[in-house]
Design a protein around this ligand. Structure first.
Ligand code: APR
Ligand code: ZN
Ligand code: ZN
Length: 361
């Protein structure tokens, strides 16, 4: 039996999204049908809508979601109907080279549902990041469901499905921030602020938030930044050096995704320090650095894909910390909206006045 549900679809490049009825098949082997309860609005959804990812319209948008498993297909053992789950886009395959080398957080071959969701006229949909959760129900690979404690609200849990996990993971997984470290975070939107929170969680002694917007800096300070620098007014490299005894930070996390801010990150770290790029650049961007500085400053230049997270390891742990009041995730939900308000949320995101808008279903 197929299910007809309401969902947010992007039909063509740059066109406003529309609320449509879509058809979701019952789960086949290895698949799970999830009743979505909440789904955050992420920049990537807007990129899909603008044709910036690929041209496989129509897209079923939404990918930062939590909900309850309604039914599962043949051979699914890890989740069962009734489980409260966060959806992930790293359903590790277990057999690619990264998985076989024991580094599944890099899995190069993650799983998605095999069957297609479709419009009423039969046109197949492309789900954003293999999820598609601005929908009352969605079909995913069972491995895309990570069971977590039901005591967390769906709005908060869903955040871990993408941006907030990317930021926290950039600090704790990719940057290996440890007790006593100095950290600078350049760009304090949802992702950068999550990197601030992750650094605090990991025991960083000094956390310097950098942004061009004072409101963002204020929020970052509330959530754990010990210092803040408005880089519109002040040279951030100088400021970070001054705040770290002239050395630079042990770890600098770039959460904007631009050459200028990457260069700031590169020079704002101490010798042998680490740069983590979690902001996503666009294809035309180029970086130029003196190779002698790359050599002479040593250390590590890393990128963080989805916070190098392993959903089965990281989601339940972070939800537990949240429930113990050791991790403030509530602050990331700036507003909750309805399914027909995704365009409005995109507009607010463009203005830069939200960490996250979350659709409640
Ligand atoms: N210097 C410092 N901060 C900047 C600069 C700059 N030159 N330009 C923009 N910013 C700040 C903005 O003021 C904003 O606070 O960077 C932040 C970007 O935040 P958001 O737009 O909310 O984006 P976010 O969801 O945090 O994602 C950041 O990570 O996952 C990627 O695609 C995502 O590239 C994006 C980045
Ligand atoms: Zn794999
Ligand atoms: Zn996202």
């Amino acid at each position: 039996m197929a299910h007809q549900v309401r969902a947010v679809v992007a039909r063509g490049k740059g066109a406003p999204v529309s609320l449509e009825t879509i058809v979701v098949p019952d789960p086949g082997p290895g698949e799970a049908l999830v009743k979505v309860e909440a789904c955050g609005v992420c920049h990537t959804d807007l990129h899909y809508r603008e044709g910036g990812i690929n041209d496989d319209f129509p897209f079923l948008l939404g990918h930062e979601a939590a909900g309850v498993v309604e039914s599962v297909g043949e051979g699914v053992a890890d989740v069962a109907p009734g489980d409260f789950v966060i959806l992930n886009w790293r359903a590790v395959c277990g057999s690619c080279r990264a998985c076989r080398r024991g580094r599944p957080w890099y899995c190069f071959h993650t799983h998605n549902a095999t069957q297609k969701m479709a419009l009423l006229d039969g046109t197949e949909l492309s789900p954003a990041l293999g999820i598609g959760a601005f929908a009352e129900k969605t079909l995913v690979a069972a491995g895309q469901c990570t069971k977590v404690d039901r005591a967390a609200s769906a709005a908060v849990a869903g955040l871990l499905g993408c941006g907030v996990m990317a930021g926290i993971g950039a600090a704790i997984n990719t940057g290996n921030v440890g007790r006593g470290d100095s950290v600078a975070v350049i760009g304090c939107g949802g992702v950068g602020t999550a990197a601030v929170v992750g650094s605090a969680l990991a025991g960083a002694a000094k956390i310097i938030a950098v942004d061009i917007d004072d409101l963002k800096l204020e929020t970052a300070r509330k959530l754990g930044a010990t210092h803040s620098v408005n880089s519109r007014a002040t040279d951030p490299v100088e400021a970070i050096r001054e705040l770290t005894g002239g050395f630079g930070a042990d770890v600098v996390i770039e959460a904007v995704g631009r050459p200028e801010t990457y260069e700031q990150a590169f020079y704002a770290r101490d010798l042998a320090g680490t740069v983590v790029l979690v902001g996503v650049p666009t294809p035309e961007m180029k970086l130029e650095l003196p190779l002698l500085d790359v050599f002479g400053r040593g250390g590590a230049l890393k990128s963080s894909w989805y916070g190098d997270c392993l959903p089965s390891r990281d989601f339940p742990m972070l939800i537990d910390l949240y429930l113990q009041n050791r991790l403030n995730l509530d602050a990331f939900v700036t507003e909750t909206v309805q399914l027909d308000e995704v365009e409005k949320a995109f507009a607010r995101m463009r203005q830069g006045d939200v960490l996250r808008s979350v659709v409640l279903l």
